[in-house]
Ligand binder design. Structure first.
Ligand code: UDP
Ligand code: MG
Length: 320
């Protein structure tokens, strides 16, 4: 497979109006830049004319434009994942199709990956042109919580405009709605050199935003999953077992205390005391967590990728 220097991956869901302008803009920006590049559009099951438009663009720029079309709408993460695995560039840049991200950032992002040694550079929409209450404020809160939980502090984790070293995106897997946390996923995969660049942002010109309020709770549930898999994915018993032991032990101490008071001070009617029921419940929850840990261990043992590790380099003996 012949490599090229840069792949631009663009997920598009009903963005027919924006795509031609975006292609021309990318073309104009990179016209004078000595870079070999390709543009991958991933049509995420659009119901408008997006695919026809992408085909039209390919006719106009046959060597530049490439496309994948999903049969139905699978979501931005799926689109990115497919684009990532199809791309061949040493550097991969993602951007939204809606003209909110500016292609003029591309040369500098490329340079930061190539020369400054970053694994990933995330755009930072310092000045945003979205609705303040439904987008900008929640986004600040979300970035703060994500940074605090994951240890990856970025001002704008979910910015669509990002640049990666090629092997980063071809190593990681993005699914569900996890595109919001690609830097966290990359960090767990061992790519720690994560940078940030302030980027221009425009108001949406055509179409409408595809993400509603569900992105808040879905987003935080996904973060919990990523954190859990990253930390305990290969040793779930350490999570469930520890929690289970803690519960069981607390309940056991409680019950022992109740029994002790019953006989030592002749306080009868132990079963009338709320503490009795609380301790029973704790012991039951504790043993269930413990058993959950065992089941989770059995599942990870059976996973085909249980011994799959991301190897950066190997030094082997050479036979002379
Ligand atoms: N997108 C997609 N599949 C979806 C939803 C969105 O490929 O199911 C694409 C969309 O076409 C756009 C990008 O993801 O290129 C970002 O979406 P949008 O602009 O609606 O999000 P916002 O900027 O409002 O967060
Ligand atoms: Mg947008």
């Amino acid at each position: 497979m012949d490599r090229i220097q840069l792949s631009i991956v663009i997920p598009a869901y009903n963005e027919a109006d924006s795509i031609p302008e975006l292609v021309e803009w990318i073309y104009r920006t990179l016209e004078g830049v000595p870079l070999s590049y390709e543009v991958w559009f991933v049509d995420d099951g659009s119901t408008d004319k997006s695919w026809a438009v992408i085909r039209g663009m390919r006719e106009k720029y046959p060597t530049l434009i490439k496309g994948i079309r999903f049969r139905r709408n699978y979501g931005k993460s799926a689109a990115l994942n497919s684009g990532f695995h199809a791309s061949r560039g040493d550097v991969v840049i993602t951007m939204d199709a809606d003209l909110q991200d500016s292609p003029e950032e591309i040369p500098e992002l490329y340079r930061m990956i190539r020369e400054d040694g970053y694994d990933l550079v995330s755009g930072w929409k310092k000045k945003r042109y979205d609705n303040a209450f439904t987008k900008n404020l929640p986004s600040k809160l979300y970035n703060a919580v994500t940074g605090w939980m994951s240890g990856v502090s970025l001002h704008d984790m979910n910015c669509g405009l990002k640049a990666y070293r090629g092997d980063v995106v071809r190593t990681i897997e993005v699914y569900g709605e996890m595109h919001r946390y690609i830097p966290v996923i990359a960090k767990w995969a061992g790519f720690r050199n994560i940078g940030e660049k302030v980027v221009h942002h425009q108001a949406r010109k055509y179409g409408y935003s595809k993400f509603g309020l569900s992105r808040f709770y879905n987003g935080f549930l996904d973060l919990a999953t990523i954190m859990f898999i990253g930390k305990f994915g290969k040793r779930p018993m350490h999570f469930f077992g520890a929690l289970g032991l803690l519960f069981f032990f607390a309940g056991f101490c409680f019950v022992s205390y109740l029994i002790f008071t019953k006989y030592a001070y002749n306080i009868f009617g132990m079963t009338d005391r709320p503490a009795f029921y609380i301790s029973l419940v704790m012991m039951i929850i504790g043993s269930q967590l413990f058993l959950t840990g065992f089941i989770a261990e059995l599942i990870t043992r059976n996973a085909p990728e249980r011994n799959h590790y991301l190897i950066a380099e190997t030094l082997e003996s050479t036979h002379l």
